[in-house]
Design a protein around this ligand. Structure first.
Ligand code: NDP
Length: 273
């Protein structure tokens, strides 16, 4: 039976460190979250971010706009917030026609780390805003005593917000993992997964990683968040606990780490701006 990697507890430790930093700052860091439309999942993510901000001492403002918002209206709000805030995020998903505005967030305020300039810095190994979920997974590994150096990490899912930036972070000099990045066109997925010392599932398909895909003793990071009739479940089936040595739960694993890394990026931006 595997040990649980408690993301909630590790996120709390980081929150305490951030709170101490913020309390020594002259002004509270400012974070704006822009929500467009009424996606229920977005509302619950924003609530978690607002609660964490209030615990850390970050001044968070929630701008809730209707789904009909025009690109001009959104651009105008982003231009204003670029000047007044330390951090600015547009909660995804947003309507396709509004997506170009994501690139108008000033890269130094882009605390989600999604701007092409920040992703470019990641490729070059230059310090910038690192996307929160991959940064949270790296912290989770180190703080749970699982240094990825020399380990074979297999990541399933290559999105620009999770899988691809995580593969870059893990293969950077100084982190030094060996990475295999899998996706929907990968052949023999099971065989690749079975090779992993550390297996990261970031697909969005409930219970798709089964125990026959896991090497005995592997460490499992479950990024997936799937709303099913049985409640919130990850991408990793519960039977995997029978073979893995350590595993992150859903909820309470990667999710709290994503939120706390957003707080960390906001504090970083406030200190550097
Ligand atoms: P995307 O839909 O953007 O990407 C999913 C990836 O999975 C794609 O690369 C896709 O491949 C791959 N994929 C789909 N089906 C298969 C398959 N059968 N076999 C192998 N690979 C497959 O998702 P995100 O990266 O945005 O999110 C992934 C999951 O993580 C979701 O459940 C999301 O809710 C969750 N999430 C959780 C966060 C947290 O904080 N806990 C934060 C962000 C996301 P291809 O590229 O070929 O299409």
């Amino acid at each position: 039976m595997s040990l649980i990697i408690d993301g909630k507890k590790i996120a709390k430790e980081i929150e305490i460190e951030l709170t101490a930093k913020v309390s020594s700052m002259e002004n509270a860091p400012r974070l704006s979250v822009v929500q467009i439309g009424d996606d229920p999942a977005s509302a619950s993510y924003i609530k978690a971010k607002a609660n964490a901000a209030s615990r850390v001492g970050i001044h968070l403002t929630h701008h809730h706009l209707p789904i009909e918002t025009s690109i001009e209206e959104l651009k105008s709000l982003v231009n204003d917030l670029n000047e007044s805030e330390d951090g600015l995020i547009i909660q995804l998903p947003i309507p396709k026609k509004l997506e170009p505005v994501l690139e108008m967030i000033k890269p130094e305020n882009d605390v989600d780390g999604f701007h092409s300039e920040n992703l470019g810095k990641l490729v070059q190994g230059i310090s910038g805003m690192t996307p929160c979920t991959p940064a949270g997974i790296i912290e989770l590994l180190y703080r749970s005593g699982n240094d990825p150096e020399g380990k074979h990490v297999v990541i399933v899912g290559r999105s620009t917000i999770v899988g691809t930036p995580l593969s870059l972070l893990l293969s950077q000099k100084g982190v030094d993992a060996t990475v295999t990045l899998c996706h929907s066109r990968t052949k023999y997925l099971e065989e690749h997964c079975k090779e992993a010392d550390i297996l990261v599932a970031a697909v969005g398909k409930a219970n798709m990683i089964t125990k026959d895909m896991v090497k005995p003793g592997a460490i499992i990071i479950d990024v997936g968040v799937n709303r099913t009739s049985e409640g919130l479940v990850g991408d990793v089936s519960t039977e995997v606990k029978e073979v893995a040595s350590q595993i992150t739960p859903v909820p309470g694993g990667v999710g709290p780490m994503t939120v706390v890394m957003l707080m960390s990026n906001t504090v970083k931006s406030a200190l550097e701006n």
